[in-house]
Design a binder for this molecule. Structure first.
Ligand code: BGC
Length: 417
């Protein structure tokens, strides 16, 4: 991977040098979209840019959640060699903007009227001191269950409406000899699942206070302890080989019917889509029990770096292509996410996508749209990392009790503040 990255970087800088005063007809993009569904979605963008005459210089850095990608990006930026754009989450674009590393695409935003169609919750992460520094690509949400329909039918299961219903359903799968819960034991996957558990255990107000406001009393509360108890229960339903497993391999277990359910963001749906599976027939998407009505979101944005003048036209083409209505529909249908603008019809989306679009709108109106702490939308990266660390230690037995987990969480978040 590093070799690929270095070659990509060297090629890009060589081309930039050769082209000199003329525009570089190439977009160099760093991202972590390396699974089947993700690559298919990215292809939509590559094709749109090819139509505009721009070549694609890929800088893939595998690792769901993007932590390895962000390490690679930091090195490129420190070397004075930023890509045209990079996939980013949450506060990252704002941090690079504060460090003076981002470009300014406000003129395009104004010309295309982005502020009228991009939800305020996203603009908060793409506009820095009044300037657009990033383009939102999509809105994902994490509080979903992805269920194999044939397995569900075989065990006579129905949609779990409460956490206890979910446990009863997992018990049925276990009794039938199917792995109940497909999980990849990596910190970001475990924390992404815990976001849902906390919302389900404490409700929307509690999630907001604990994971968006970082309210001390909520972080320390019995409800947080109960949330860890519930997480511990869920973990008893995973197979022994879960440690280190990639998220898309966990999704594949559900697609194949080796496991009943995965708790994962709707990028999982991109894998079902890539495997030609249909919701309602092959798989089921339900909100994590007890969380219907709320949406815990993250949004992939393309952070636009302060690139040399000869690369600005390519960057502008990328920005315009990314927020075009047609791209927002075509890309998000394949990716499993929903559009980052409010005026895209849901016509081409499957049933889960239509629900995702409607849920987002309703949550936005009701004030139940919350940033995912695991995905960097609840708090800046240092705090998100502290959170992931505590959750993974708990899941893997280095933190033994829920009481201890709560103490460690409060301490880790305090240290990271
Ligand atoms: C990103 C998704 C991606 C997933 C798994 C998340 O952080 O927002 O776009 O598909 O990680 O790689």
């Amino acid at each position: 991977m590093l070799r690929k990255l270095l070659i990509g970087t060297a090629l890009a800088s060589g081309l930039a040098f050769a082209a000199h005063a003329e525009d570089v007809k190439e977009v160099q993009m760093l991202h972590w979209w390396t699974s089947g569904g993700e690559a298919a979605a990215l292809n939509v963008l590559k094709q749109d840019l090819a139509k505009e005459g721009y070549a694609w210089k890929d800088v893939p850095v595998a690792g769901g959640g993007g932590d390895p990608a962000m390490v690679a990006l930091k090195a490129m930026v420190a070397a004075g060699n930023p890509p045209t754009a990079s996939q980013m989450l949450g506060y990252t674009a704002l941090d690079y903007a504060a460090a003076g590393k981002m470009g300014d695409i406000t003129a395009i935003a104004v010309k295309e009227g982005w502020d009228k169609v991009v939800p305020a919750a996203l603009q908060k992460f793409t506009v820095y001191e009044g300037k657009w520094v990033a383009v939102p690509v999509n809105v994902h949400s994490v509080n979903w269950l992805w269920i194999n329909k044939a397995v569900m039918d075989k065990i006579g299961g129905t949609e779990p409406k409460t956490f206890d219903d979910l446990i009863a359903l997992l018990d049925k799968a276990k009794a039938a000899g199917v792995i109940p819960l497909a999980l990849g034991g990596q910190n970001w996957q475990e924390a992404t699942m815990f976001d849902s558990v906390v919302l389900s255990t404490g409700g929307p107000e509690f999630y907001k206070k604990a994971f968006n406001d970082l309210d001390d009393a909520s972080l320390k509360s019995d409800t947080m302890k109960k949330s860890f108890d519930n997480l511990a229960k869920l973990v008893t339903y995973v197979d022994p080989n879960f440690s280190g497993r990639d998220w898309n391999l966990a999704t594949a277990m559900v697609i194949k019917g080796d496991a009943l359910v995965q708790v994962m963001g709707d990028w999982a749906k991109g894998e079902f889509h890539a495997a030609n599976k249909t919701p309602g027939t092959d798989f089921l998407c339900y909100r994590f029990p007890g969380t219907d009505g709320s949406v815990v979101y993250n949004s992939d944005v393309f952070g636009m770096f302060d690139v040399s003048d000869d690369r600005k036209a390519a960057q502008a083409a990328l920005a315009t292509a990314t927020l075009s209505k047609s791209f927002q529909s075509a890309f998000n249908v394949v990716k499993g996410s929903v559009p980052a603008r409010t005026d895209v019809p849901d016509t081409d989306f499957d049933a889960c996508g239509k629900k995702g679009i409607a849920d987002l709108k309703a949550a936005n109106e009701k004030g139940t749209l919350f940033g995912s702490l695991a995905q960097g939308y609840g708090a800046p990266p240092a705090i998100a990392n502290a959170y992931k660390d505590v959750v993974t230690k708990f899941v893997h037995g280095q933190i033994k009790t829920s009481d201890e987990a709560v103490t460690e969480l409060v301490k880790a978040i305090d240290d990271a503040r």
